[in-house]
Design a protein around this ligand. Structure first.
Ligand SMILES: [Zn+2]
Length: 594
């Protein structure tokens, strides 16, 4: 009995997202592309060499607005092309279009790079004055801040033109993983099972049958290993690129370079990783022991860690049922919020089909002046309901900020808080499910298995690994597959101690996540979850007052620095306290498991 995935062409329409909301057809898309290139040409001929002479606030605001229009068009055309590739990575027509648009985009950006270079010539007082008087405060303050790291105009232009080459590591990684990687069938209990990257991540690694889970991991690791040098090469190239950019732009270390855009200090970054490594590992080792007993296995392997804690209650949930659950769980946030959630279902913002060649989801992509899009691969598990609630959290956050700040340059989100609105919804979903007492064990186990495991353990280990990698990079070391394997293994050992036996292949985990191509992203998952853990308790206990605060903060997520954002909901992230409270909360969930 083989579970076969269907081809993209055979997916029913209602399971797909509706991209015609961005462009109604190919012609409209092409028109937008042409419009963007025309506007860019005009912009260049109107303003090149003239920006430094601007001395009126309104004049500068008008230029920013014209620039913003071009960037918004680029965001829509590239976003549209990108989304079209994600539902079927083997669709070469969609890949070509994305390639063409990113090539064109880099030409446009390169031809307009004079703008930011010339803005740098304007004096800080004038820029600051414009920042305070216009809605482009964030954009202009960024210009002031980045001034000292800006290179000569000609150099910036060259770097812009090279953009498609700069994104090679990321693209190469994804294409290798999603189009080229082949996995062989494996056998367990005398049956043959087909294997793919998505199937392993979504089904087999969480399979309740120990033999299926372990055999799947064995085969998956074996096949994954044959790509380790290819992937290591992409990763190493990414690291070199970042180190070179950090040097060119005058940063002391690659950490400073990567953290600059997040508006957080290096202390906060280290504290986030250190506190969790040290304090959470104590609780997670206890969890490993409990899981070992529950599974009735002599040794708990790495490949067992994602096994469902409660085998028997691994129920099937349809997508329709999931929609109802999510609406009911989020109704505590009020009618306005749930109306938006309902819209996301009714207007097909979500692509939830499970088909061949689909990107490993889920993700949510937000764009200004458009509704967000969500990608999922529905597998009928309860954990998928959590993923749905999670992605909905990202989506509605962008709906709220777009309402208050409709323009591209009015806002900029720090990665540091990006996961707060999404994980808050997971908390509310679990709170809703806990109303049914018979579900307590199951919900608490699910919260650990999914929400906290994913955000606090998986991503923390990535972050801890990444930190070691960048330390080597700062020392000028050149890293290969063996080094990545060794560094990953060290972090796993440090965290799990002897509570888990690391079966062969555990060290390859660094090959599985695209996060390493996104800078210092992984550690932010736990930051967002810290805010949401504390906030969810308050929404549940205080009701409307806390809800109002949260919805207001939601509209401001992208306009605030991380610490200021947390302050809007009365959380002080400059201390260890919220983090320790969250770790203690995870500990209490683990203690509640029988
Ligand atoms: Zn997320």
């Amino acid at each position: 009995m083989k579970e076969q995935l269907i081809k993209r062409n055979d997916v029913p329409l209602e399971q797909t997202w509706d991209l015609t909301h961005i462009f109604k057809d190919e012609e409209a898309f092409q028109e937008a592309v042409d419009h963007m290139t025309d506007l860019a040409k005009q912009f260049k001929s109107n303003y090149e060499g003239k920006i430094s002479q601007i001395n009126e606030t309104q004049e500068l605001v008008d230029v920013i607005e014209s620039y913003q229009e071009i960037m918004t068009l680029y965001m829509h055309t590239s976003g549209y092309s990108y989304l079209a590739t994600q539902t079927d990575m083997s669709d070469s027509k969609a890949q070509n279009r994305l390639g063409t648009i990113s090539m064109l985009g880099s030409q446009v950006m390169s031809s307009l790079s004079f703008f930011e270079s010339e803005l740098n010539v304007l004096d800080n007082d004038f820029l600051q004055q414009c920042a305070e008087k216009s809605k482009y405060r964030i954009f202009l303050e960024d210009i002031i801040k980045h001034k000292k790291h800006q290179l000569q105009p000609e150099t910036e232009k060259v770097l812009q033109a090279l953009q498609p080459v700069m994104s090679l590591p990321d693209n190469g990684y994804n294409i290798t993983k999603l189009s080229d990687m082949r996995f062989f069938d494996f056998e367990a209990n005398g049956k043959s099972y087909p294997l793919s990257f998505v199937q392993f991540e979504n089904s087999y690694q969480v399979h309740p049958d120990t033999q299926v889970r372990r055999e799947a991991f064995k085969q998956f690791s074996k096949d994954l290993r044959s790509y380790q040098n290819t992937i290591a090469n992409y990763y190493n190239t990414q690291l070199k690129k970042e180190k070179i950019m950090a040097n060119l732009r005058g940063f002391d270390s690659v950490f400073d370079y990567l953290l600059e855009n997040q508006n957080v200090s290096i202390d906060l970054y280290h504290r986030q990783i250190d506190v969790i490594l040290e304090e959470l590992s104590v609780h997670m080792r206890k969890y490993a022991k409990k899981l070992q007993n529950k599974l009735g296995v002599e040794t708990l392997y790495y490949s067992d860690l994602k096994a469902p804690y409660l085998k028997e209650e691994n129920q099937t949930i349809t997508y329709d049922e999931a929609q109802e659950m999510v609406i009911a769980a989020l109704s505590i946030l009020g009618e306005d919020y749930t109306n938006e959630v309902q819209r996301s279902f009714d207007e097909r913002w979500i692509d939830w089909a499970g088909n061949l060649g689909k990107s490993t989801g889920g993700f949510c992509m937000s764009m200004k002046q458009q509704h967000p899009y969500i990608l999922l691969s529905w597998n009928n598990g309860l954990s998928e309901v959590f993923t749905l609630a999670h992605e909905i959290g990202h989506a509605i956050q962008s709906v709220y900020t777009n309402r208050r700040y409709p323009n591209l340059f009015e806002t900029k989100q720090s990665l540091y808080t990006i996961e707060a609105p999404s994980t808050l919804n997971e908390m509310l979903l679990s709170h809703y499910l806990l109303k049914d007492e018979s579900l307590t064990q199951w919900v608490n186990a699910t919260m650990i298995e999914n929400t906290y495991y994913h955000n606090f353990v998986t991503h923390l280990l990535e972050a801890a690994f990444q930190r070691e990698v960048y330390k080597c990079v700062d020392l000028g070391m050149d890293l290969q597959a063996d080094d990545f394997n060794r560094l990953f293994n060290e972090q796993l050992t440090k965290f799990w101690g002897d509570s888990v036996d690391l079966d062969e292949g555990a060290e390859l985990t660094w090959m599985r996540q695209p996060h390493y191509y996104m800078g210092l992203y992984s550690y932010t998952y736990s930051a967002g979850l810290t805010i949401s853990t504390v906030m969810a308790q308050r929404i549940i206990n205080e009701g409307q007052v806390a809800v109002d605060k949260w919805l207001n903060a939601l509209s401001e997520t992208e306009s605030q620095k991380p610490l200021d954002f947390a302050k809007l909901v009365d959380i002080d992230l400059s201390t260890e306290k919220p983090l320790q409270e969250t770790v203690a909360f995870i500990g209490s969930l683990i203690d509640s498991l029988e």
